[in-house]
Design a protein around this ligand. Structure first.
Ligand SMILES: NC(=O)c1ccc[n+]([C@@H]2O[C@H](COP(=O)([O-])OP(=O)(O)OC[C@H]3O[C@@H](n4cnc5c(N)ncnc54)[C@H](O)[C@@H]3O)[C@@H](O)[C@H]2O)c1
Length: 386
């Protein structure tokens, strides 16, 4: 079986290493810091122990899996690898430098994959000798549990690389979708209004965070309300992703970040991990406020956020960022949405979705609420996505 290399022994690198080793590969994990490698090894062992304790894995299998993962601080150990997945710091220059060094160590047909959440894969290939083997393989956190992986070919990537990278990740029990090399790929782009529109509704004083979370969870069927989810992801990370997508789209108002969240980031109110975010997680914190369960208000909140999400999914489809089916898979498996957004649009009625978006546009006269031309055309022609 092929050997897989992982560059970066952080949260993602460790998870991806475990996934590849679980599929039977020998895995070489390289980190520049030995304490990062030690911590990663401990995390993997703890995760395996947990699986054994829960009866999901035998002791022998856990031992065998663990012994397939080797740690190093020398990139030259990547020499036998058929694919190296980079999961280092989210910085384009660091990634370009790292890929150049890795390329010098591996066979000319070995794949160079990046787990970046937001950077351009094409830019990572720009300085390579063989840029046709660069590709994005975007796992979600935690990589061991989340099924979805976005596969992102760069401008330079050849079909052999796409097919081989996809085959590797598919064989690891993941669901792969193909996305264009554009900011946020599928999930981190289409999901933006879940946070952005919720923040806007709160900032305008239409409802408080408890009520918005109640509406999206109870009425919409989303696993977590937007504020609970932002606190879970971390307001530092969530804000930075929004800001990056906003800048990358040349300041399109649809992705405009929120000052409220920026202030939380500034104050280190990052959410669960720092003890405080939109909610207070510290011991002895006051009980949460009771949401206002007014049905009409709840439906307004749900519909407003939902049509903005649908608009984003339709736009991704319209601009050929990914296929209709891959957009649906990405949102249901990558972020566990209760239904595919395009299917949801069909069930609401495309004409109604367009009507709701137009009402928002008329009210605010902001480009943020412009309706995707595909939805407008479909409404006119009385078409559905499915
Ligand atoms: N954390 C997430 O939720 C998440 C989800 C999807 C994708 N990503 C992406 O995955 C990548 C890694 O994220 P993370 O959260 O695991 O980061 P992390 O900070 O937990 O780990 C990064 C590791 O890379 C090491 N490193 C940095 N530069 C290096 C180099 N030049 N050579 C070798 N090792 C180096 C660091 O020592 C560290 O151990 C980023 O590109 C991030 O955007 C993160």
């Amino acid at each position: 079986m092929n050997t897989i290399g992982i560059l970066g022994a952080g949260a993602m690198g460790g998870g991806i290493a475990q996934v590849a080793a679980a599929a039977g590969h020998n895995v070489i994990v390289c980190d520049q810091l030995s304490y990062a490698a030690n911590k990663c090894a401990k995390n993997i062992q703890a995760s395996l122990k947990h699986l054994v304790d829960k009866g999901k894995m035998t002791d022998a299998d856990a031992y065998a899996l663990n012994s397939r993962i080797k740690f190093t601080d020398h990139m030259s150990d990547f020499e036998p690898c058929a694919m190296v997945v980079e999961a280092i710091v989210e910085d384009i220059e660091a990634k370009q430098i790292a890929f150049k060094s890795v390329e010098a160590m591996i066979a000319t047909d070995a794949i160079l994959a990046s787990n970046t959440s937001s950077l351009s894969i094409s830019a990572m290939g720009a300085h390579l000798q063989h840029p046709e083997r660069i590709i994005g393989v975007h796992f979600f956190n935690p990589a061991t549990l989340m099924r979805l992986v976005e596969i992102i070919p760069a401008l330079q990537t050849n079909q052999v690389t796409i097919d081989r990278a996809k085959a590797f990740v598919d064989s690891w029990g993941k669901t792969t979708v193909i996305a264009k090399d554009t900011p946020g790929f599928i999930v981190n782009r289409v999901a933006r209004p879940y946070y952005g529109e919720a923040l806007r509704i709160m900032e305008e004083g239409i409802a408080d965070i408890e009520t918005i979370d109640w509406a999206m969870h109870e009425l919409g069927g989303f696993k977590m309300g937007p504020f609970e989810l932002m606190d879970f992801i971390g307001n530092d990370i969530n804000y930075t992703v929004t800001a990056t997508v906003f800048e990358s789209f040349y300041f399109d108002p649809r992705y405009k970040p929120s000052f409220t969240q920026k202030r939380l980031k500034d104050a280190h109110y990052w959410g669960r991990k720092s003890g405080r975010g939109f909610y207070d997680y510290r011991e002895g914190a006051p009980a949460r406020k009771t949401p206002n369960k007014d049905q009409k208000l709840g439906e307004y909140i749900l519909n407003r956020i939902l049509v903005m999400l649908i608009n984003e999914a339709a736009e991704a489809c319209y601009l050929r960022i990914a296929s209709r089916d891959d957009i649906e898979l990405a949102m249901t498996q990558g972020v566990n949405y209760p239904k595919g957004l395009l299917y949801w649009a069909d069930t609401i009625g495309i004409e109604k979705v367009v009507g709701m978006l137009d009402m928002l546009y008329v009210e605010y006269l902001e480009d943020r609420y412009r309706c995707c031309p595909l939805l407008r055309k479909m409404a006119r022609e009385k078409k559905t996505f499915f």
